[in-house]
Design a protein around this ligand. Sequence first.
Ligand SMILES: Nc1ncnc2c1ncn2[C@@H]1O[C@H](COP(=O)(O)OP(=O)(O)OP(=O)(O)O)[C@@H](O)[C@H]1O
Ligand SMILES: [Mg+2]
Length: 148
Amino acid sequence: MVTNIIHLRFLSVPENVGLARVAIAALAGQAAFSLNDIDEIKVAVSEAVSNAIIHGYQGRTDGWVELSGTLDAQQITIVVEDFGVGIHDVDQARQASYSTDPERMGLGFVFMESFMHGLTVQSTVGQGTRVEMQRFVTIQGELSRDAQ
Ligand SMILES: Nc1ncnc2c1ncn2[C@@H]1O[C@H](COP(=O)(O)OP(=O)(O)OP(=O)(O)O)[C@@H](O)[C@H]1O
Ligand SMILES: [Mg+2]
């Protein structure tokens, strides 16, 4: 299987969470991910894109969100980037139940972490946030022979 790459740039409009989910599901479907794997990848992407829109742009709908997906037979790597307010303390933000919004659960990063095999968050206050996550193709919970 050849490496495939997609790159989407969309405005921080809440409807685009669904667009991001569909795009990444269509890409992941080209490798040997199970339907359950793809559902989990979609949740992780939703959480990252929602964060960009809700927190990064604080409800503004004129900010750019960049989404990329890179796929080969062994893994998918997804990057979600915004150019919004940024995060003061990334380690604190990644803690379970931590949220700057009392109405929220503070579980977005926890979902991303538990559904993906790697999560890197880089952020600069006033410049934006970049979330990179990776998931390996597994067979019955084991890393596939190809990935080893
Ligand atoms: N792209 C972002 N830009 C700015 N701040 C962010 C961004 N992503 C996350 N944060 C900060 O990190 C905190 C934790 O994010 P997380 O997704 O875990 O929880 P939440 O979004 O607050 O709640 P939930 O995801 O459960 O609705 C957020 O409350 C917010 O302060
Ligand atoms: Mg969140």
